[in-house]
Each structure stands twice: as structure tokens, then as C-alpha cells.
Design a protein around this ligand. Structure first.
Ligand code: FES
Ligand code: FES
Length: 154
């Protein structure tokens, strides 16, 4: 066990865990932030997606010892124009079904719009391909990303 001071959503959380503990468990069990979900545990489903220094990361597969002083952002700390636009579009189009995958979907969609403000259907499908939804909300996800992009115009 070792103590790690993790910067999560602008606050420092000290967690005492083994170095190879996935960041996901430091977020959920250490910081008590439950919005980030455990799905597959092997970087295949996207349920655990967070930002580390602004880049999307599968937190189930990143050892806590590799985070260092990087800034971690979870769904609870999502801010900025793109994040707000995505969340508003998600609500307006009633995207979630069971909701389990959706925090990861929102993080990936926000990342996409931060890099590509006018994504095509193909851009969206490529960017979101690593986020699996067992309820198959993909049509609404795509529509919501287009709506969020439109709301960011001008
Ligand atoms: S739980 Fe991390 S990608 Fe599935
Ligand atoms: S909304 Fe149920 S898994 Fe995506």
C-alpha cells in the first residue's frame, strides 16, 4: 500500500492503495465519486471513461501509480462549453435508458466536440466506437452530439 494524492475535479484526494490499483477504484472507493462506472474492466466498454489532463482515459486500466500530478476529471467535475452543451442535449433528447454507460458516453462526446466542433455521422461513430451501450441508445447519442454541436455554433 502507498498513499497517492490525486487531483480529481479540482480537489486533492489522498488514497492509500496498492500501486497497481486501477484509477477507477481510487475515484469510486477513495474519492467517493460514483458517476464513473465499472463495466468490462479491460478497456473495452468505455463505462469508466474520465479525462486525465484533458484526454479520455479508461480508468479501469490505468494504475493509480501512473497518474502522478495529472488532473483527473470525472463526470461530476465536467465543466466548460462543450461539457455543458453535451449534458443539455443529453437531457433534451432523453438519451439514457438504464443510464449505466452514459457518464462514459458523455465524457467521450465532450472530448469529441472539444477537438471537432462539427463532427459528421462518421466522425461520431468513429469517436464513440469504444463506448458500448447495452441498451443500444446509439441513435439518440448521435443525435444529441449533433444537437450539442449546433448549440455551440457562433
Ligand atoms: S470498465 Fe473500463 S473500459 Fe470497460
Ligand atoms: S443506457 Fe443502458 S447501457 Fe447504455
Amino acid at each position: 500500500m502507498a498513499a497517492y494524492a490525486l487531483k480529481i475535479n479540482g480537489r486533492t484526494h489522498t488514497v492509500d492503495v496498492d500501486p497497481d490499483t486501477p484509477l477507477l477504484w481510487a475515484i469510486r472507493d477513495g474519492a467517493g465519486l460514483m458517476g464513473t462506472k465499472y463495466g468490462c474492466g479491460v478497456a473495452q466498454c468505455g463505462a469508466c471513461t474520465v479525462f486525465v489532463d484533458g484526454n479520455t482515459v479508461r480508468s479501469c486500466s490505468l494504475p493509480v501509480s501512473a497518474v502522478g500530478t495529472s488532473e483527473v476529471t470525472t463526470i461530476e467535475g465536467l465543466r466548460g462549453r462543450e461539457g455543458a452543451a453535451v449534458q443539455q442535449a443529453w437531457v433534451a433528447l432523453d438519451v439514457p435508458q438504464c443510464g449505466y454507460c452514459q457518464s462514459g458516453q458523455v465524457m467521450s462526446a465532450t472530448s469529441l466536440l472539444s477537438k471537432n466542433p462539427k463532427p459528421t455521422d462518421r466522425d461520431i461513430d468513429l469517436a464513440m466506437t469504444g463506448n458500448i451501450c447495452r441498451c443500444a441508445t446509439y441513435v439518440r447519442i448521435r443525435a444529441a452530439i449533433h444537437q450539442a454541436a449546433k448549440s455551440l455554433e457562433g
